[in-house]
Design a protein around this ligand. Structure first.
Ligand SMILES: Cc1cc2nc3c(=O)[nH]c(=O)nc-3n(C[C@H](O)[C@H](O)[C@H](O)COP(=O)(O)O)c2cc1C
Length: 317
């Protein structure tokens, strides 16, 4: 079940996605965190932050809307308290970082370069750029590239840097290319697309902030499409495929589309041991296919087949 994310080798491809397993203690009551391919931390910022006001979660058909915001203890407490705890439990830790200006991301990467035991850095680009009227870094190839270049320059050379992209763009491949050109060792696809629900009883938005990120099975086809498109354009760049995965079959789909590892997020919210189950089911699916290694199926859906292909010149509709 081993897989590679650039220079990092993981014992298996099932990751707990950022923001859905906190810093590990919450899920440790339900599963051994050392069994995860890796735990991706909740995005860490330079300073502690309480996140957005409630209500900040709303259920939707096959999905979850969240506007939690980047609630967290800040980098100092993470390095002092959370990272050592995770490492003491034998977990591999991908540290997700977030900022409001390029310099803040670079500062976080520099702090992490002094810490031992970081498997990889995931750069959460779905954050408002304070220097561009709050436009999301992930919406602009130049801004995303600037963040990635600054992080790559500040991070330890042996720690892979993964750029996490948003599907809320016209051309995800352009964003992926910009991040790779800026030095990203891999890509995480996808963060949550924006969505909104209005409560017909209160006649107000269901989330205090109005809109939020949509996650869960509802977005899996979007995530699979993004992974597919980026794999097609950049076949040598490792991808973490995240979005709506809740079973081994879903994880296999993501691998076939081109991911080398799979993030499980919202599924953890209603089943904190979901990652262990997804891994077990994926092992069963792979052996049913007669695949000896994860690598045997990664990108498998891109192999040409003689029969009909996807939508023709008329597009998808
Ligand atoms: C409650 C919640 C908090 C999240 N927090 C973060 C975060 O801090 N950083 C980040 O990059 N993604 C965050 N995400 C996005 C997930 O990591 C993941 O990309 C997304 O939810 C899609 O996967 P899923 O459908 O399996 O949840 C969060 C998602 C949820 C539901």
């Amino acid at each position: 079940m081993r897989t590679r994310l650039g220079r990092a080798e993981l014992p298996n491809p099932v990751l707990a996605a950022s923001g859905c397993a906190g810093a590990g203690r919450e899920v440790a009551h339900f599963m051994d965190v050392a069994r995860l391919g890796a735990l991706v931390s909740k995005s860490i910022m330079a300073e502690p932050w309480t996140g957005n006001p409630p209500p900040r979660l709303a259920e939707t058909p096959s999905g979850l809307l969240n506007a939690v915001g980047l609630q967290g203890p800040g980098i100092d407490a993470f390095l002092r308290r959370d990272l050592p705890w995770l490492l003491s439990r034998g977990a591999r830790v991908v540290v997700s970082i977030a900022g409001q200006i390029v310099r803040e991301y670079a500062g976080l990467a520099a702090r992490l370069s002094d810490a031992a035991g970081v498997t990889a850095i995931e750069v959460n680009l779905s954050c408002p750029n304070a220097e561009d009227a709050g436009r999301m870094f992930a919406a602009d190839a130049q801004a995303a590239g600037a963040v990635v270049a600054a992080v790559r320059a500040s991070a330890r050379h042996d720690v892979p840097v993964f750029a996490k992209l948003s599907p809320d763009v016209t051309d995800i491949v352009a964003l992926a290319r910009a991040c790779v050109a800026a030095g990203a060792d891999g890509l995480s696809l996808i963060n949550t697309p924006l969505g909104m629900a209005v409560d017909p009883v209160t006649m107000r938005p269901a989330l205090a902030g109005g809109y939020g990120g949509l996650s869960g099975p509802a977005i899996r086809p979007i995530a699979v499409r993004c992974v597919w498109q980026v794999r097609e354009a950049l076949p040598d760049v490792p991808i973490v495929g995240t979005g709506g995965v809740r079973s081994g079959r879903d994880a296999l789909e993501m691998l076939l589309a081109g991911a080398s590892a799979v993030g499980v997020g919202t599924a953890i919210v209603h089943d904190p041991s979901a990652c262990a189950r997804v891994l077990r089911e994926l092992e069963e699916s792979l052996s049913a296919l007669g695949a000896d290694r994860v690598g045997d199926v990664v990108g498998g859906a891109h192999r040409p087949r003689p029969a009909r292909r996807g939508p023709g010149p008329g597009g998808a509709t």
